[in-house]
Design a protein. Structure first.
Length: 617
């Protein structure tokens, strides 16, 4: 019997299977690298909802070998499976990495950075946020899953090519060594061999977006997982770091004589309203002949007004604003400060006021676990905290109780406070995606504008402004404005932060709504004021606490060694640092370097609980 034809047929079948399996492995490998370049094609583009593949490819091409090394570390497990398990793993790793990249892209559109692993602790934030999340998705994103859909459709046809697939641990080990070796070689050369390597600089980058560019989203998450592990351990400052922090605060000090603004609101109650997504550009503006914020505009006639306070929030968004307004410390560079370090000690605004006999209360319309704000404010030092469960949810708009109902229910709470008191409260209805129901839209806008996110933003702010007007009237009726200042500030920018690309799609543009300035207003209103003043100085959210303390009569010595901001009514500094490490305003190179350094030092201050020994109740 002649076995040769049967052997040849068998070999040809094996060869064909090997070629098919090998080709699918390589195609999957290349498609994931391709998706990493796609990611940069969106995130490096000015309009992050539209793809500019050339810019993404040009940037990624310098680092494709690093992308491939990290991807190979995941794909090498393929060789430990046999038969159809190889195909299932191949499709599974493609789905997993694609999901990771898409998650990073959608997160980037909302926060202009990539998520840290610490976000897994923040599942409470998903409550009622489905509309906001879906607004970060673009139809163009389907390009990321085309190859997966093709593989799934062809699964039953190509699975027969995997009936002879054996485990190959040597291949697994070889692929793992190649991947890890290529990643580890530059730091090995630099740190062990003490020689220069042309790519060693990319291993020292701290910015998450840079890490994604150099190592791909997959590589970023590997490094981030290690960083999160390191951060889970107590952080001990070295002597050099403590000296660095002390010198930073010393450089910040301004030896200026006191002026007429010190103590102008001494002993007054402080009612602070943190207005969701409020930007400065809408104030004193009209759209289609109608004032967007008429009630807020009226308050300016008896207010100190700072229109150029820059947004400085990071990944904690609104909770980062809670932090900065009440501590004057920058939030962590990765993750939410309130989630990872809610018990950090600060020389905070409520603690300072409590030392002068104030009672303090923090009020949120959200549930306590949302951004872990309740634990965060408790750590900051508020005596009393009120959340969603203390309110009658008689009217729900968007994410929760309407601003109108919420603010009216706060009035009796404030009436029960012992003078003097400090009340910190946040609003909710003007949260993105600014899809205020039709029955609450009172502005008469052109159809195109009204259906755009910008029109929705105008409508949402106009709604909250109306609620603010009723709230102020109620406070006045109860006599609460007679000895109180009302402070209004925006927690972060809104339509320009999340939907600037939607504004660009409008056929009719107005100059005043197209410029992105990152300005949020800071207003201090006093019913008894005889005049008003607008300060056109450039500041940041960390400046609000020291400014308020100065206005309330506190000496600089009581807060200047523990706050990272400046006194906006008595300063020679006219600049602020943004969370992306850009310094805006009029600053020398030395001042820019100092401001940027403050972002990194804040991490060390928070993680080491630096002020625990400095300030005690």
């Amino acid at each position: 019997m002649n076995f040769k034809p049967q052997i040849n047929t068998r070999l040809n079948t094996i060869d064909k299977n090997l070629v098919i399996r090998g080709s699918l492995f390589v195609l999957t490998f290349l498609s994931i690298i391709f998706k990493c370049a796609l990611y940069l094609g969106f995130t490096l583009n000015e309009n992050v909802y539209k793809l500019n593949f050339s810019i993404g490819y040009d940037k990624a091409s310098y680092f494709f070998k690093y992308y491939g090394a990290f991807i190979l570390c995941f794909m090498c497990l393929y060789f430990l499976f046999k038969n159809k398990g190889k195909l299932r793993y191949l499709i599974g790793v493609n789905i997993f990495t694609t999901g990771l990249i898409l998650n990073d892209l959608w997160y980037f559109r909302g926060f202009r950075t990539v998520p840290s692993l610490t976000i897994v602790k923040q599942t409470a934030n998903l409550d009622n946020l489905s509309d906001s999340i879906f607004s970060m998705v673009s139809i163009v994103d389907v390009i990321f899953i085309i190859d997966i859909l093709i593989f799934l459709v062809l699964y039953f046809k190509i699975r027969n090519f995997y009936t002879e697939g054996k485990r190959k641990p040597l291949f697994f080990l070889l692929a793992l060594i190649i991947g890890v070796g290529y990643i580890a070689y530059p730091p090995f050369v630099t740190n062990v061999l003490k020689k220069d390597h042309p790519k060693s600089y990319i291993y020292g980058m701290y910015d998450p977006n840079d890490t994604v560019t150099y190592f791909s989203p997959i590589g970023y998450h590997v490094f981030n997982a290690y960083q999160v592990y390191k951060d889970s351990k107590p952080y001990e400052l070295t002597g050099a770091e403590e000296k660095e922090i002390t010198e930073w605060f010393d450089f910040k000090k301004e030896n200026l004589p006191d002026n007429e603004y010190k103590g102008m609101f001494k002993d007054k109650n402080v009612i602070l309203i943190q207005w969701e997504s409020l930007e400065s550009f809408v104030i004193n503006q009209k759209v289609n002949g109608q004032e967007i914020t008429p009630n807020l505009n009226k308050l300016l006639s008896k207010s100190l007004y700072f229109p150029h306070v820059k947004e400085q929030v990071n990944e904690g968004t609104s909770s980062d604003s809670d932090l900065m307004i009440n501590t004057s410390i920058f939030p962590l560079r990765q993750g939410s400060t309130f989630f990872s370090h809610p018990d950090t000690t600060y020389n905070s605004l409520p603690k300072q006021l409590e030392s002068k006999g104030y009672s303090t209360i923090g009020i949120h319309p959200d549930k306590g676990p949302f951004w872990n704000w309740m634990e965060g404010l408790k750590g900051i030092g508020f005596q009393n905290l009120v959340d969603y469960y203390s309110f009658n949810s008689d009217e729900i708009i968007g994410l929760g109780i309407s601003d109108d109902s919420y603010l009216q229910q706060i009035v009796p709470m404030l009436k029960d406070q012992k003078d003097p008191f400090y009340s910190f409260m946040v609003t909710l209805t003007s949260h993105g995606p600014f899809d205020l129901p039709k029955e609450y839209r009172e502005l008469d806008l052109p159809k195109e504008l009204d259906e755009n996110h910008l029109g929705g933003y105008f409508q949402s702010l106009h709604y909250t402004d109306k609620a603010l007007g009723k709230f102020m009237d109620s406070l006045d009726e109860e006599g609460l404005l007679d000895n109180s200042v009302v402070v209004i500030e925006g927690d972060h920018t809104g339509v320009h932060k999340y939907y600037n690309d939607k504004i660009q799609n409008l056929s009719t543009q107005e100059d005043w709504w197209t410029e992105v300035t990152w300005d949020v207003p800071f207003i201090v209103y006093d019913k008894n004021a005889q005049s008003s003043k607008q300060f056109d100085i450039t500041g940041g959210q960390t400046d609000i606490m020291p400014t308020l303390l100065y206005l309330l009569g506190f000496d600089r010595s009581e807060f200047e060694d523990t706050t990272m901001g400046k006194v906006l009514v008595n300063t020679n500094k006219d600049y602020a640092v943004l969370t992306n490490r850009t310094v805006v305003g009029n600053a020398t190179e030395e001042e820019k370097e100092h401001a940027i350094k403050g972002l990194d030092l804040a991490d060390k201050i928070i993680k080491s609980n630096y002020f625990k020994n400095y300030y005690k109740k």
